[in-house]
Structures are given as C-alpha cells and as structure tokens.
Design a protein around this ligand. Structure first.
Ligand SMILES: [Zn+2]
Length: 243
C-alpha cells in the first residue's frame, strides 16, 4: 500500500471522531489530495464513497425501498484523472470545431467541472436515479425527474433525503449561479461542508492551473479562478455553504 493511501485510510478512520463539531484544526487535518480527487476511495458493491457516507446511503436506500423507490447510484467518487480525461476530450473536440481556448473552456464548464474542483472527488457526493423504471439513454435529464419516470424518486428524495444527511447541491433556484439544476446530485453534508471550507482555506484552485497535462491550463487565469470559485464552486444550495 502506497504511503499516500496509508494516510488516507488513517484519515478515514479518524473522520467520524473529528467531525462531530469542526474547527480550524480539524480543517487542517483534511488532506489536499482527497479534496483534489487524488485519493483512493474504497469501492463498495456499486459505488465508491467514504465509509461513513456509504453507511448513511445504505440507511437511506433501505428506507426508500420500503416505500417503493429503488435507489441506484449512477455516479459516486470520480478521480482527478477521470475528470481530466473528460475535460481534455471535450476541449479537443471544441477547439477542433473552431472555438478559441477561452470559448472551449466556457462551453465545457456549463456541464462539466474543472478537474480538481468536482464534488465527486470527495467521496461525499452521488448521482441517483430509480432502478425500477427502465429508462434508455441518458438518465440524467431533469425532465425525467420533474414529469417523467423519476418523479416519484424526486418527490421521495425531496421529502426524505435530508433526514439521512443528504442535501441537493444544484437546486432549482433560478437566481443561483453556476451549474444548472441537477435533481439527481446529492451531498452528505456532515463531511462535504468542512471539505468545502478546507478547499477554500487551502486555495486549491491555484494548483490546478499548474497541471501541464490539462489542456487549456494556460487559460486558467486568476480572473477565471475567482469567477469559477464564486459561481461554480459556491453557487450551490446555501445549506451546503460554510458560514
Ligand atoms: Zn453529480
């Protein structure tokens, strides 16, 4: 086991003791590599989440099942490298279509996050659908949740998810900046709240622009970072924002 992973597993063991209440010293104990998607998050049956989050999710899934909703995780932990692969593929395609680097980046970030900034890096966030209605093609469309086959799931999660610690991240609020409404994306607040606070405190966005394997990295300017932080990282459900 690599030493970075040893540290990570030690960190996982300690989280449940540390974060009943959190202060500055606890924030300092959160490793940057975890926040940047460079940790190994343990894989369970169908998803990868931090152990505490997985337990809370199992409790929620059991409760949902009793009421006829079969939660299926479509996306959980995603690594920095995976996100960079998605980013680079889109960047190449948009530039080949004739967009300038700045235009390509602007287009990518309407739907995809800059690597190192995805909440899916943390092992606290997941995308959910209902396993029962058979839906072909892209399952993450808001129309499926508001009127279509996932309406019952959407109603169940709206009423119940917070009781299990999971909060909708990209709400329907039209005044909210950043990513569009995502009725499928939930976050385990007890851990993701201090993670976001640490992310800001450590100024982790600065390290991303230095990644020479990230296409367009020269265009991640201080102005871009400042706007991205305000709109895409902090443009979320206020319940998930540090005070
Ligand atoms: Zn998501």
């Amino acid at each position: 086991m690599k030493s970075r992973n040893c540290h990570f597993f030690l960190f996982v063991c300690l989280t449940s003791f540390f974060w009943t209440t959190h202060g500055q010293s606890q924030l300092d104990s959160i490793p940057s590599f975890l926040l940047l998607g460079k940790a190994e998050v343990p894989k369970q049956a169908n998803y990868s989440l931090l152990p505490e989050v997985a337990k809370a999710f199992d409790r929620m899934a059991n409760a949902a099942q009793k009421e006829g909703v079969q939660l299926r995780v479509v996306s959980s932990f995603r690594s920095y490298k995976d996100q960079r692969r998605i980013w680079n593929r889109k960047y190449k395609r948009f530039v080949a279509q004739g967009l300038s680097p700045d235009e390509a980046i602007k287009k990518i970030i309407t739907y995809s996050t800059l690597p190192g900034t995805s909440r899916h890096h943390w092992g606290t966030d997941l995308d959910l659908v209902d396993a029962k209605p058979l839906v072909k093609g892209d399952v993450l469309l808001d129309s499926l949740f508001t009127q279509g086959p996932y309406r019952k799931l959407n109603e169940w999660l709206t009423t119940n998810s917070e009781k299990f610690g999971f909060y909708l991240v990209y709400t329907k609020d039209t005044l909210r900046p950043g990513f569009y409404y995502e009725p499928w994306h939930f976050s385990y607040r007890k851990l993701s709240l201090p993670f976001l606070e640490a992310y800001q405190k450590f100024h982790l966005l600065d390290s991303i622009a230095k990644d020479s394997l990230l296409l367009g990295h020269q265009h991640i300017t201080p102005m871009f970072k400042s706007n991205y932080l305000q709109q895409h990282i902090l443009g979320i459900n206020p319940c998930l924002l540090p005070e």
